[in-house]
Design a protein around this ligand. Structure first.
Ligand SMILES: [Zn+2]
Length: 125
């Protein structure tokens, strides 16, 4: 799972096929297909292994049941109790993140599909 983080507003969010922006508007990004993404230069790219995330959720639920929800928060930081064991930060492009590229605007650069508004043309036929 690809996430991006804004160091200004501390917003952390998952990329989707729709352009998403952090709360302060400084960081943005999206998937362009099922694997490739584009993110703003100042975004911090974070990966959480999907399998590890699911395993951590299951482990947390089991730990909660086994302890009758009496375990303190530090116990959930332990492996097998909720710790996500595979997450990392990487650059926004290059060999460290070959399926992402940096963009300079949250708006698509391909405006070929958009018809510019002609102010001299009547909107009525
Ligand atoms: Zn922000």
């Amino acid at each position: 799972m690809k996430l991006i983080y804004c160091q200004d507003c501390h917003d952390l969010f998952k990329l989707s096929l729709t352009m998403r922006t952090c709360e302060c508007g400084h960081v943005y990004g999206r998937y362009v297909n099922n694997q490739d993404a584009e993110v703003s230069e100042d975004a911090v790219s974070i990966v959480i292994g999907n399998t590890h995330l699911r395993a951590s959720i299951e482990a947390m639920q089991i730990h909660t049941l086994r302890t009758g929800n009496t375990a303190d928060r530090t116990s959930y930081c332990q492996p097998g109790h909720g710790l996500i064991e595979l997450a990392w930060v990487r650059p926004n492009c290059g060999p460290g993140n070959p399926r992402s590229r940096v963009i300079s605007s949250p708006y698509p650069s391909d405006s070929a599909s958009e018809t510019p508004l002609n102010i001299n043309q009547s909107p009525f036929p």
